[in-house]
Design a protein around this ligand. Structure first.
Ligand code: ZN
Length: 283
């Protein structure tokens, strides 16, 4: 079976991106997997520290293993992980990729801990991909009244620093700050810095990951993929769709969870399938 690394090489050749969708329960998992299967594309299931605590780290790893066993290209990513210990735990649990998030640390500390993660991966399982990020883009996946404090043009990733960071750490995937923001800004999201994406892609060579793509326009995401983005993260838009669907589902007398939750699942799938079509260039 092809690995995530194989699919990313293919994405680079075809100038498309692999979709990464966050989940925190089995309904979210089902929505992501069914959407990808219906379109016949690979997909990454993401779980942040909070999300993996809720669903269970071993449990989510087992769910993904079942899909892989059936021959479906479903991969598992430990999204935003803030300590070496938790990165280690995810690698030990069989995740396909891990993100050490040291964006809030000094560049030196970020490099130091990221290197520890890469070294551990090398010793434990070289097939696991390690991602790291530079440049703060906020931390919450919800509807926001304004751009989070600490996010500005100043905090966007500098190509020269990115190049040094990637070279010194030996990471496989790089998440830059290019006008993207975690969460959705209600009044509208700032535009992505497409020319900066191109500069960083040329500087670092390895695949780039766009975080916080909820709320960005299809047109902007398309340009970002053309410029070199190979994984796109969506979380907030699925959360909003899920909640709206479940609210509809619980309105009547229905008490069977698989019936009232199904509406949430359908709403999530609509969002996920639209995004997957966009990322994979499917008409
Ligand atoms: Zn993120």
């Amino acid at each position: 079976m092809k690995t995530l690394r194989d699919y990313l090489i293919e994405a680079e050749e075809r100038k498309i991106a692999v979709g990464h969708f966050n989940i925190s329960d089995s309904e979210g998992f089902k929505a992501v997997v069914e959407s990808a299967q219906e379109l016949g594309v690979p997909v990454i299931v993401g779980v942040s520290e909070g999300e993996r605590d809720f669903i269970g780290i071993e449990e989510v790893a087992a769910l993904v293993k079942v899909e892989k066993g059936k021959g479906f290209p479903v991969f598992l990513n430990a999204d935003h992980t803030y300590s070496f210990e938790k990165v280690k735990k995810a690698i030990d649990s069989g995740f396909d990729s891990v993100i050490f998030d040291g964006a809030k640390l000094s560049l030196e500390d970020n490099i130091k801990i990221t290197k520890e993660c890469v070294e551990y991966r090398n010793s434990k399982d070289p097939s696991v991909l390690v991602e790291a990020e530079m440049g703060y883009i906020g931390q919450s996946s919800k509807m926001l009244d304004e751009v989070p404090e600490g996010v500005s043009l100043e905090t966007q990733t500098k190509p020269e620093e990115a190049k040094r960071f990637v070279k010194e750490t030996g990471i496989d995937l790089f998440a830059p700050s290019v006008g993207n923001i975690h969460g959705i800004v209600k009044s509208g999201e700032p535009d992505l810095n497409i020319s900066l994406i191109k500069e960083i892609a040329t500087a670092v060579i390895i695949p780039l990951v766009l975080h916080g793509a909820s709320g960005n326009s299809d047109e902007d995401i398309k340009k970002a993929i053309e410029a070199g983005i190979r994984i796109v993260h969506i979380n907030t838009e699925i959360r909003v769709a899920y909640k709206e669907g479940v609210e509809e589902g619980v309105k009547g007398e229905e008490v069977a969870p698989y019936k009232f939750m199904a509406e949430g699942l359908e709403e999530m799938k609509k969002v996920i399938k639209n995004k997957l079509k966009l990322f994979n260039n499917i008409a």
